[in-house]
Design a binder for this molecule. Structure first.
Ligand code: SAH
Length: 218
């Protein structure tokens, strides 16, 4: 399908408008979301809906988050260009690609090898050379690269995993959904200060659960 330049520009404007109207107002975040095309992260039947503000199914029974949720989480993470960021839950790779525009280095982990491979191919196509994608159980973080300035978890746990809190730098921020997988979950932001951890609760959300071990495909 060949689209003309006008309809692409129009679609982009609508995409950014939807983000702004849902509270994504940070200029750097909007710039990153403008720069990264969501289309390539969605394959098959649903690819036509890539520019709608909707979560969509991806391989391995997982979902790519809704763009406005990606925007809110990224905004809450307050990423700066010097930051080393850890993401748990690569999924399609879309969130990691956004982060790669804002941070110095991004490590992203998924328990499904297939998702990691597919995401790596897209990162290479898009020349996003500051992302390292790893197949592992992300609940344990990535000790060899710790500590991290920022950590984002895009699957819901009942509580923030201890190893991730431990791998967050002092002054660092972690954003994650907490709650049971089939109940209401809340996005929370954790700041690590010299005096301990400060929590604040953001909006309610719905994410797939953070599961133990590797996915069936490896
Ligand atoms: N951030 C993704 C969406 C993630 S969906 C995007 O932008 O598309 C949640 C992902 O978390 C799924 O791909 C799932 O496989 C992964 N996941 C769940 N539990 C995990 C764990 N313990 N370690 C690593 N990844 C996990």
């Amino acid at each position: 399908m060949n689209e003309d330049a006008d309809s692409i520009a129009e679609r982009k404007m609508q995409f950014l408008y939807a983000l702004r109207s849902k509270g994504v107002t940070d200029a750097r975040v909007l710039g990153a979301m403008e720069a990264v095309d969501r289309g390539p992260f969605i394959k098959g039947l649903f690819s036509e809906r890539a520019y709608e503000d909707m979560p969509l199914p991806i391989a391995c029974g997982q979902t790519i988050s809704q763009p406005s949720v990606v925007g809110m989480m990224t905004q809450a993470l307050e990423v700066s260009p010097r930051d080393k960021v850890l993401e748990i839950g690569t999924g399609s790779g879309y969130q990691a690609a956004i982060l790669s525009k804002l941070a110095r280095r991004v490590y992203t982990i998924d328990r499904h090898r297939r998702l990691v491979h597919e995401a790596r191919a897209i990162f290479a196509d898009m020349d996003l050379v500051n992302i390292t994608a790893i197949t592992a159980d992300g609940s344990f973080g990535l000790a060899e690269q710790a500590p991290f300035d920022r950590i984002i978890v895009t699957a819901a746990a009942e509580d923030p995993p201890g190893p991730l809190l431990a791998q967050l730098k002092e002054g660092g921020i972690m954003v994650l959904p907490v709650g049971q997988s089939d109940a209401v979950q809340h996005l929370i932001r954790v700041r690590k200060t010299a005096d301990g951890l400060e929590y604040d609760e953001m909006r309610s959300v719905r994410f797939v659960p953070l599961l133990e071990g590797l996915g069936k495909d490896g």
